[in-house]
Structure formats: C-alpha cells, structure tokens
Write a protein that binds this ligand. Sequence first.
Ligand code: MG
Length: 377
Amino acid sequence: MTTAAIIVAAGRGTRAGGDLPKQWRILRGRPVAAYAMSRFASHPAIAQLILVVHADDIETQAWPREPDATVVAGGATRAASVRAGLDAVGDNIETVLIHDAARPLVNDALIDRVLAALETSDGAAPALAVTDTLWQGADGAVQGVQDRAGLFRAQTPQGFRLAPLRAAHAAATGHETDDVAVARAAGLDVTIVAGDEDNLKITTPEDFDRAERLMRQNMDIRVGNGYDVHRFGPGDHVWLCGVQVPHTRSLQGHSDADVGMHAVTDAIYGALGKGDIGQHFPPSDPQWKGAASHIFLKHAVALAKSEGFEIGNADCTLVCEQPKIGPHQDAMKAVMAAYMGLDSGRISVKATTSERLGFTGREEGIASIATVTLIKT
Ligand code: MG
C-alpha cells in the first residue's frame, strides 16, 4: 500500500489570535504546520508529502520547508483545497491520508491505526467517543440534555483509498464539511479507529497553551560534549570561535584550526550520536585543507535540524594563557550565533588559563571544551 499524506494548510482562520493564520503561527519556535509536516515526512509508510497552502502563500512562499514536500495552491473551500492536493498525488499512490495542519500533535501510532484499517476498508478516520454530558443551552442557561450515545468527536488524518475518494470528490455537492462526509455521500464505508486526546486541533489561544504543555511533556533533550586541541606554530593570528584574533603565533591544523568552533561542532555531532568532525570531513581529503571551520559547524547544525532537533544552547570554554579572549568574547558569541541560526543569548564563549600548568600553560597550544543541548518537541 503506497501512501501519500496531504496536509491542508490553506485556511485563513485567525481565531487563535495574532495576525497570521493559525497554521503559520509560531509554536515553540516553529510554525504550527511544521510539526505535522515533519511527522508525516519521517513516517516510513509515507511515500509522498503534499502541502496545500493558500494561493497568497504560494506567491510569498510563506510555508515551512520540508525537503521533498510538494506544495500546491488550495481553492476557495476546504473541499477545493483537498481536490488540489489529490491532483498532485503521484501515479504510484494507492491510499491518501488527509490531515489538518492545525493538528501538530499527530503521532505515529495514530497514523498506523488509520493505515491498518485501510487494509480492509475504503476509508478510515480517528475519533473519540463523547463522554461528557451534552447540553443544549441558550442565553447562558441549560435548556435540555442531548443523548450522547453513539456520538464521536472526529479527528484527522482521515485515510482513503485514492480512486474511490477521487470519484467521491468529483461527485461532491460542496456542502460536505470534511472528507468523511464526501466519502459517505458517495456510499463509501468509513471505519472509526481510536483517536488520541493529545491530537488536538488548534483553534483558540488556549489551544496554543495546551499544545505547548503537551509538547513539553514529550520533549527529547540531548546533551553532547566536544573537546579539541591545536598546537601553536609560526604566524600572526589565530581563529577562535569564528573571529580572527591577532597573536604572535598561529594554530596549526588541516583546516583553519578554530579549536573553539571544532569543540562546539563535535558537541553537536556527539548529542546526535553521529560521530565527529574527522568522520564527516576526513583530514585525508584534500578538499578540507585550509577550510573555514564554519563549513563543519553549519553541517552539524543542518544534520541536527534534519533529525528534528533545535539547538537549545552552546557553552564553549577556551583554555589558553594567550591571547586574551575577553575583548573578543562578544564578537565570538555573535559570529557563532549567526552560523548556528540562534539568538546570541543562547551562546556562551568563555576562557580560562590553566595556571601555567601543562601544554596550555606552557603555551604550546590551545584547548577547548564545549557542551551543546539539542531539543526535539
Ligand atoms: Mg580541531
């Protein structure tokens, strides 16, 4: 069963507060829609990811980047937007999952339940049985009690076999509120699978708070350390944390020998469990001779991003008697922050001597240690 995921993000709703449509508002540092996009992109069963955005957003290219996602312009209604997504589905696809971009907390188990039900059904969708008592009310007073037996709260992703869904959309009247309604109007059976309370749809400002709380509970936090040493040789400057510092000698190395940047880079690789600079940029490879170390740092940052991690902070200590680091500290923080795409408040560069002890004390070289945290929500 080859499956495409269609993320519908073409709405203009601003009920959740702010000036931006809710799917583009920032939730814990990323647009709301980015969460569902990366969840489906990393799910092993999803062969194609389609993002349907508003025509205005197509022009401004205002959507989160997910490599390999197909981005299409939606229509005037939700159904028209879904049809635009269906038009972009590849020839090899047999089933589609249609998901609301405003549900950032969709998880793999929920996606798996929908896919499993599609093995034996033309349609499947998650839902939660209504357990609260349902009132009818008017003017702030209870007017009656509604029978809740057999009532469900519908969620997404809603999954369908592609061919029957396409036929159902072609025959739709335009009055259906979701794809299950479109499918049922065409006579398709839709199986209910267990939904998830956490798979909330962001609608109000309170929903942002709740989503943030839930994401904090599910956070994956990594810590990595890095250590590096370079020896002094002839020269008149050293590169430290991306800043050229005048000195009576230079650090020797295959690259520009930026010992601080190397320690931070290795700390990122360490937190990811993905080796070190030497593995990614072998010294035996002549193309890295004299290379600017920000190439290594940017690679590590991009690797962390591709694994779904954001950098929480980086703390780097330089161990040397000379040169004096203090006058360059702020510039180093600013340069490192720029390379890492972070606020400079999340970067620390500090220095210590080793009380004239050991190789750093004898001024034979400079050592550096660094710690980095990575956060996935
Ligand atoms: Mg090094």
